[in-house]
Design a protein around this ligand. Structure first.
Ligand SMILES: *Cc1c(COP(=O)(O)O)cnc(C)c1O
Length: 397
């Protein structure tokens, strides 16, 4: 099928919810490389939006998929399966949490977190404490509850009536957070690094301050690590970078390296608010996806993936900072590990388009922030190729 035909059919038959103006039709991937249906090769600095952290066609993922698919794909959560128990143990042994709930996406993980804090707090407060404070410029998903928790007008517009019980304050503003707390508030929900918001990093003492405010006011702290968890920052979980532990954490994107899985983790005490019958999902933690996710996380911990992420992240940021010293259109380079934002003083879309024409897939968040989220297995050569190309593009702008 040629390129014209695929995009024309897609546009004819699929809801027009995605802006795919310059979109190519991709047919194959290998490591950090992708190929389109014209045989053109691309270096991938998007990773399916921070998902394919071990790269495309990962031999490990292929092997586990093949083996597990021959044994057992799905049986429902009426029964136990070993891959699900294994994945749970690995996540719990390597995080602050005591319990995990498995689901299928980031939004669903956040939906579970929202339901959990409400159920926990409503029970204890006779339904009086159930407001969740969220952040302006945040992103938590597209379901009704998670878009209601999202602090971006463009995500919420047109979908009223929204789910009630969310208040918004500015990220990196402790005073505003303190002022927003009254006796109806039960939890604070935030991304430790705002991803869709443009790779906005926390100020040095911000997350510690949030933790203290939560402790002082008996509030639960939810970290949405859907994008920045599971290795992306060079630690298995982003909170490890900041010396701050949440009470509840959500993960998804990279957990299955492209297979759909999300997870919501919490301490035992809070987890007790979910008893049999209170929350469920048919596909949550199937043996097939759990086996892959268990292998992904184990590989991150044991195969030097996190080390490579930290090292390459530092190398990449240093290269981008050299460009910043050269070109005044670059305002800031920021990030942790291999989630890096480069803020421009102008729209980033033309740079994205030009990069794509030269064989590099990059992404732009919030109009002016180029976002680099390559596979965590990327090497210096690939980074050098992109840096040279960006140097050339920015030099002409
Ligand atoms: C992508 C994302 C979500 C939503 O995840 P889906 O799998 O698309 O539902 C939620 N929170 C954050 C921080 C994200 O980056």
């Amino acid at each position: 099928m040629d390129e014209q035909k695929v995009s024309a059919e897609a546009d004819k038959y699929i809801f027009q919810t995605y802006g795919r103006a310059n979109a190519i039709t991709l047919i194959r991937g290998d490591g950090c490389r992708l190929w389109d249906d014209n045989g053109r090769e691309y270096l991938d600095f998007v990773s399916g939006l921070a998902v394919c952290s071990l790269g495309h066609s990962s031999p490990l993922v292929i092997k586990v998929l093949e083996e597990q698919s021959k044994k057992l794909v799905h049986v429902s959560n009426l029964y136990y399966t070993k891959p699900q128990a294994d994945l749970a143990r690995i996540l719990i042994e390597n995080s602050f949490a005591d319990k995990v709930f498995f689901c299928n996406s980031g939004a669903e993980a956040n939906e579970a977190a929202i339901k959990l804090v409400r159920r926990y707090s409503n029970e204890k407060s006779d339904n009086k404490k159930n407001t969740i404070i969220s952040m302006n410029n945040s992103f938590h998903g597209r379901t009704m509850a998670t878009l209601s928790a999202t602090g971006q007008e463009k995500v919420r517009t047109g979908f009223s009536p929204l789910v009630q019980g969310f208040e918004f304050v500015d990220f990196n503003n402790l005073e505003m957070l303190e002022q927003a707390i009254d006796d109806t508030v039960c939890a604070v929900m935030l991304e430790p690094i705002q991803g869709e918001g443009g790779v906005v990093c926390p100020d040095k003492y911000y997350l510690k301050g949030v933790r203290k405010i939560c402790d002082d006011n008996d509030l639960m702290l939810i970290f949405d690590e859907v994008q920045v968890g599971t290795g992306r920052t060079g630690k298995l979980f982003a909170y490890e970078n900041f010396g701050v532990t949440p009470d509840i954490m959500t993960i998804a994107k990279a957990l299955g390296n492209g297979l759909p899985i999300g997870a919501m983790l919490s301490t035992d005490n809070i987890a007790s608010a979910f008893c049999p019958g209170t929350h469920a999902t048919t596909f949550g933690g199937t043996p097939l996806v759990s086996a892959v996710a268990a292998a992904v996380v184990t590989s991150m911990l044991e195969d030097g993936i996190l080390e490579n992420c930290r090292e390459m992240g530092e190398y990449f940021r240093a290269g981008l900072n050299e460009l910043k010293d050269k070109y005044s259109c670059i305002k800031e380079v920021r990030g942790y590990g291999l989630i890096i934002g480069m803020e421009l003083d102008q729209p980033g879309a033309p740079v994205v388009t030009e990069c794509q024409e030269r064989g590099f897939l990059i992404n732009c968040a919030q109009e002016k922030i180029l976002r680099f989220i390559p596979p965590l297995v990327i090497g210096k050569n690939e980074i050098d190729f992109l840096l040279e190309t960006l140097n050339d593009i920015l030099g002409r702008m």
